[in-house]
Design a protein around this ligand. Structure first.
Ligand code: C2G
Length: 688
């Protein structure tokens, strides 16, 4: 048998299946697998193994081991393969990895492959575009310290390891790889490399529930372990590489640790650094420490005087947050200030109409706008924004607040959110393919501040509680934003909106409102959108009877050039409130946007132009519902299909009548035109 693959498992199942899939796909299957359960449920490990279907190889499950080092030693003790390969249970290897390593193994003791870091599973990296690959690359450049030296991705001749009695030092929590690799490399010249054999080391995107060992190790422990590991390693391996990488580690990790206010363990770390012959650097740091800190303070002072941003945040922290909270001030924000819309708008209008004198209303708005009822406007992140955010008694937001906001004791946060979830959210997401791989940890921090969260239906209430790990008050009220769909369908209102938009009154209206794609973003910020509907064909076929309104998602910054389709296609992306567009539309075309849950309140026909459904569902997000089964309208993939369905609308309506009724019952039955009132009564009790 060519190889023994040793996998310690420590109750961390998130990526284990993927790890086993990687093994199952190896182009050479002449290996055994030794799974060492380090305090984990061995039966569950066996179950996942069965599921992965790694049929052609022998597997053994061992119980015991405390810590990675002990588990690996245990695995080594029973290994029977000619070579050893250590593999963590949350990583995966490319399918030729073993074959490529073995190809270089004749007459050598160690074959070194390539270890790369990734935030994504194999399917995402293969399928997705260059953006994710760029993010991966960036991460690799950020590393390259001595911490990075590890046994992962190496093929080791078992006889050699046994002859040299190589063992992982079990006194380490985190740093046992370094001395092990040093002994391995220091005692033989018979080393080859196989750069194309790739081992993917996986970063965990859920640092709240499933942090990796690296992510949960604090800086003091990191410093202590790695310096101690260096001491053990330099005795074994005479190479300048160790020293160079130690210097990088010192600069990147030890120095910032020393300069940070965390105080525990600094002396111990300094004395370890001195033992590592970093006396000069340590003396420098000690000497400079005080002056460095003074200089840092001075620098802060200068930037306070010269930078408006610094000054703004200084005032926020030191002055505004110390002023009294005003119970009757309310700050509203909808889609990050991009529009005056959604549930915050309707809550505002209700409060302004019913309690005209009792509140001061402040709206976060990106562009200047004349607000009804005399609300005050502020720009997101501006000084005035910080002032009101420090003092308001209520926040009514439909999205996430900036991370720097500190909610005061006595402030009530009403989070309205902005849609019934179709696409998986936060802690329900498996892969995080958006620009920020640590999105889950950020949302977790933000949602700790939410006191109330509005659910449009029971389905959402269940999901929100789980996906946000939300434990405060869920409001089972329906969305205030949809009240207008029950009360505002009068012909007059429709005429009014049509003339506001300059659309002919004698034509029927198609509204096309797609969502955004997580991975299609610009480097400079904002998301991309490319129109896949062929407007020329649409115009030719439908111009007589219809006009089409195109509305991109609020994240999208790419403009639409509709000049050639004047009189037929209208760009309504900047129009404040989509609910008013629903009211004038005869058909909705969308994809994976939550807009269809709201539109269903009108019981009007819908088409789902889901040209990239496989990628969206299987790679980017994953869905909560089975689209094919539940949607109250047909899924179409081409412009031709869209046209045919529009031309045969009465057939579509007939075919989907039953599904529509079921859908309506499940997602719209809380919404009856009085959601706003219910929300206000629950949250603004003191006044209402
Ligand atoms: N929206 C819009 N125009 C679009 C798409 C969306 O005005 N072309 C508005 C709608 O009010 C919609 C909301 O933005 O309900 C959310 O948009 P989604 O496309 O569903 O996407 P996202 O912002 O990712 O929110 O639980 C809901 C999810 O969070 C989805």
């Amino acid at each position: 048998m060519k190889a023994s693959i040793i996998i310690p498992v420590h109750n961390e199942w998130n990526y284990f299946q993927e790890c086993l899939n990687g093994l199952q796909q190896q182009t050479i299957q002449d290996f055994e697998v030794i799974v060492v359960c380090d305090g984990c449920d061995i039966d569950y490990a066996k179950e996942i193994w069965e599921r992965a279907g790694v049929r052609s190889v022998r597997v053994r499950f061992l119980e015991g081991g405390t810590g990675v080092a002990a588990a690996r030693n245990q695995g080594m003790a029973v290994a029977e393969g000619e070579f050893l390969l250590f593999h963590d249970c949350d990583d995966y290897i490319e399918k030729e990895a073993l074959e490529l390593l073995l190809a270089e193994s004749e007459n050598v003791d160690v074959v070194v492959g390539t270890k790369k870091y990734t935030w994504y599973g194999a399917s995402v990296l293969v399928e997705s575009d260059s953006k994710l690959l760029q993010l991966n690359q960036k991460l690799q450049h950020e590393r390259n310290t001595i911490e990075d030296i590890s046994v992962l991705g190496m093929l080791i001749r078992r006889q050699y390891a046994e002859r040299e009695e190589l063992q992982f030092d079990e006194s380490f929590l985190y740093g046992s790889d370094l001395p092990f690799v040093a002994s391995l490399m220091g005692r033989t010249d018979r080393v080859e490399s196989s750069p194309k054999a790739v081992y993917w080391k996986r970063e965990h995107n859920d640092t709240i529930n499933h942090p990796s060992l690296f992510q949960r190790t604090d800086r003091a422990t990191r410093c202590r372990e790695i310096l101690r590991a260096y001491l053990a390693a330099e005795e074994q391996w005479d190479t300048p590489v160790l020293r160079e990488k130690l210097q990088v580690f010192y600069k990147k990790v030890v120095e910032p640790f020393y300069l940070s206010p965390e105080s525990e363990g600094k002396e111990e770390i300094f004395s370890l650094a001195v033992q590592c012959r970093m006396e000069r650097e340590t003396a420098d740091l000690r000497r400079k420490g005080k002056s460095l800190r003074r200089r840092k303070r001075l620098k802060r002072l200068v930037s306070l005087m010269t930078s408006r941003t610094e000054m703004k945040f200084f005032l926020y922290r030191k002055i505004f947050l110390k002023m009294k909270v005003k119970k009757d001030w309310i700050v509203y924000e909808s889609f990050f200030g991009k529009s005056y819309s959604d549930s915050p708008r309707y809550i505002y209008e209700y409060l302004a109409q019913h309690f005209p004198k009792e509140y001061k209303h402040v709206w976060v708005m990106k562009q200047k706008k004349k607000l009804p009822y005399g609300g005050t406007e502020v720009k997101r992140h501006s000084l005035r924004f910080l002032y009101y955010m420090a003092r308001a008694g209520y926040f009514v937001f439909n999205g996430r607040q900036p991370l720097y906001i500190q909610k005061r004791e006595g402030t009530v946060f009403l989070e309205t959110w902005h849609g019934t979830p179709l696409k998986k959210l936060v802690f329900d997401m498996n892969e995080v393919t958006m620009a920020n791989p640590l999105y889950k940890a950020d949302v977790y921090r933000q949602s700790r501040d939410w006191d109330y969260l509005i659910a449009p239906n029971q389905f959402s209430a269940d999901i929100f509680a789980r996906c946000f790990m939300f434990e405060n008050t869920m409001l089972h009220t329906g969305y205030p934003r949809n009240d207008i769909l029950h009360s505002g369908q009068g012909a007059e209102r429709i005429e009014e909106i049509k003339s506001e938009l300059g659309i002919p009154r004698n034509k029927k209206v198609i509204l096309y409102a797609p969502t955004w794609r997580d991975n299609e973003f610009h480097k400079s910020g904002g998301w991309k959108f490319s129109l896949k509907l062929d407007l020329e064909k649409m115009q030719q076929a439908l111009d007589e009877e219809y006009v089409i309104l195109l509305r991109t998602h609020y994240f999208v910054v790419d403009g639409l050039d509709l000049a050639p389709f004047r009189g037929f296609a209208y760009d309504v992306s900047k129009y404040d409130d989509i609910a008013r567009l629903y009211l004038i539309s005869d058909i909705l075309i969308t994809d994976y946007s939550s807009v269809f849950f709201d539109y269903a309140n009108l019981k009007r026909p819908m088409l789902f132009f889901a040209y990239d459904i496989e990628k969206y569902r299987d790679v980017l997000r994953g869905f909560y519902i089975d689209m094919e089964k539940e949607l109250p309208g047909p899924i179409v993939h081409t412009t031709e299909e869209v046209i045919t369905k529009v031309q045969n609308l009465s057939d579509v309506i007939g075919q989907y009548q039953e599904k529509y009724n079921v859908f309506y019952e499940k997602y719209c039955n809380w919404e009856d035109g009085d959601s706003t009132e219910r929300v206000v009564q629950a949250v603004f009790k003191r006044k209402a």
